[in-house]
Write a protein that binds this ligand. Structure first.
Ligand SMILES: Nc1ncnc2c1ncn2[C@@H]1O[C@H](COP(=O)(O)OP(=O)(O)O)[C@@H](O)[C@H]1O
Ligand SMILES: [Mg+2]
Length: 242
């Protein structure tokens, strides 16, 4: 699928990010189109989270550009869903907190905690539960619901399923795809495991030591990988994942 000619939500040009003398991101360029799911995949330490954090302002580019189009809003969700929720707040309190501050549906309509749970496939029974009473998959759904409580065009998901059991991984990934279809969300999906992005992403960027070594439509990267690094990642994908 090509997004050329479509409205771009995000444009990243020759982005470099340093931690002191160490350059974690060494000049990456990519864009994100409306409703697109883009995967960034690479081994631990390759710089994926640094890109994600830079996009939401948690790190600063040392040079280059990472800019959302005017009026585009993004939210980030994290690998450690349990840890990203306040342990002293129930699901209802967690969602209401955001709804009260900036809650607004895609078209400005009011949204409540029940609607949000519906969107992420959780029953209302969890409303008065605390994070420790929920499974990892349920916590990740709550953190996605919390992100959706804001008006949102782009969801940045940094290893959202890495901490989950394989069977739960597939369900959360399907949820992301459903949200794209139902809300028109664009998603930047970061993973260290190519199996995770394979069936979900329209395009994939393969990252090694701060650089993209393969970029293209998912099938193209899988069927005709350019770099040895990508070939190794593909070889590591269990064939049962289809
Ligand atoms: N706050 C930090 N200070 C110094 N180095 C960091 C910091 N965060 C990440 N790094 C280093 O930057 C590199 C990329 O990290 P990261 O973006 O977290 O990679 P990934 O998400 O792909 O595992 C790694 O070598 C990591 O050790
Ligand atoms: Mg990371």
């Amino acid at each position: 699928m090509s997004f050329s000619g479509q409205k771009l939500l995000l444009d990243v040009q020759d982005l470099h990010v340093r931690y002191g003398n160490y350059e974690a991101v060494k000049g990456v360029s990519f864009s994100l189109g409306v409703g697109e799911i883009l995967g960034i995949v690479g081994e631990s330490g390759s710089g994926k989270s640094t890109i994600a954090k830079t996009l939401v302002g948690l790190e600063r580019p040392s040079s280059g550009v990472a800019a959302f189009a005017d009026g585009v809003s993004a939210q980030m969700i994290f690998q450690d869903a349990v840890g990203s929720l306040n342990p002293r707040m129930t699901v209802r309190q967690t969602l209401d907190e955001v709804l009260l501050i900036k809650g607004r549906g895609k078209n400005g309509e009011a949204r409540n905690a029940c609607d949000l749970l519906d969107l992420v496939g959780l029953s209302k029974a969890v409303l008065d539960q605390y994070p420790r009473e929920l499974s990892g998959g349920q916590c990740q759904r709550v953190s996605i619901a919390r992100a959706l409580a804001c008006r949102l065009d782009v969801l940045i998901a940094d290893e959202p399923v890495s901490a989950l059991d394989v069977s739960v991984q597939a369900r959360v990934l399907n949820l992301l795809r459903d949200l794209r279809r139902e809300l028109g969300l664009a998603i930047l999906l970061v993973a260290h495991d190519l199996a995770v992005v394979k069936n979900v992403c329209d395009r994939i960027c393969v990252m090694e030591h701060g650089r993209f070594v393969d970029v293209g439509p998912a099938e193209q990267v899988f069927d005709h990988p350019k770099s040895d690094y990508t070939k190794r990642l593909i070889a590591a994908v269990p064939s049962i994942s289809a």
